[in-house]
Design a protein around this ligand. Structure first.
Ligand SMILES: C[S@@+](CC[C@H](N)C(=O)[O-])C[C@H]1O[C@@H](n2cnc3c(N)ncnc32)[C@H](O)[C@@H]1O
Length: 211
């Protein structure tokens, strides 16, 4: 069962209310590592793709401008409430938008980060193509995601859960090799993060070469 934009919206409508409780603090080490690897400079304009409920927004330095986009209106509503409750001057805008087809002009951002999103979007190739387009040449591109586990037993379990992908809104057995082949993303640094190093931060530089 494959993931579609509709199934993503439906899944995150269900998750939104509990999202911060379940996917909050325990996933913060990965978020912090991903943002650190953007090497933010004062004045940078940063795009966060799949910003969700905005759990990461307070982690950016106040000297940058962050634009967050998400497909799910339900998740975004909570991100907007967050910045009403806790003013975060680094947040320039939170917009409902499909990351596979963004409305930003080319080269709009100094760097782009997508955390826990690459295995959620229906088409990872379109995601990465769009990120490359809207990011300036030489800008940092950072992904944080879970990729298929190397342990054969865990991989089996992931393959079983994969059958529910449409309902749970992500692909649990998402091989890193497929992601890199499909997208042509070139990794300069890979850092295992979170509990049991089960997730990975992938850092690359936007070379703007067509794939
Ligand atoms: C697992 S959540 C991660 C949220 C947030 N990045 C975090 O660290 O908690 C995945 C998010 O990606 C969003 N998403 C999925 N497909 C998308 C797409 N095509 N365009 C934009 N956002 C998308 C979902 O709506 C959801 O909010």
């Amino acid at each position: 069962m494959s993931v579609t934009s509709d199934s993503v919206k439906k899944a995150y409508r269900r998750y939104a209310r509990y999202y911060d409780l379940v996917f909050g603090a325990v996933f913060h080490p990965g978020r912090r590592t991903a943002i650190e690897h953007l090497h933010c400079r004062a004045g940078d304009r940063i795009l966060e793709v799949g910003v969700g409920t905005g759990l990461s927004l307070a982690m950016y330095p106040q000297e940058v401008k962050v634009v967050g986009i998400d497909l799910s209106g339900d998740m975004l509503k909570l991100a907007k409430k967050r910045i009403e409750d806790e003013p975060l001057p680094q947040v320039e805008a939170l917009l409902q938008m499909d990351a596979q087809q963004m409305s930003f002009p080319d080269n709009s951002f100094d760097s782009v980060v997508a955390m826990y999103v690459a295995s959620v979007v229906p088409d990872a190739r379109k995601l990465v193509d769009e990120i490359r387009r809207v990011c300036k040449p030489g800008g940092k591109i950072v992904f944080l995601n879970h990729f298929q586990n190397k342990n054969p037993l865990i991989r089996k379990a992931e393959a079983l859960v994969q059958r529910l992908a449409k309902h749970i809104g992500f692909h649990p057995d998402f091989p890193l090799s497929h992601f890199l082949e499909q997208t042509g993303f070139e990794v300069t640094t890979a850092i295992p993060v979170n509990v049991l190093d089960y997730w990975t931060v992938l850092v690359g530089v936007n070379d703007k070469k067509p794939r």
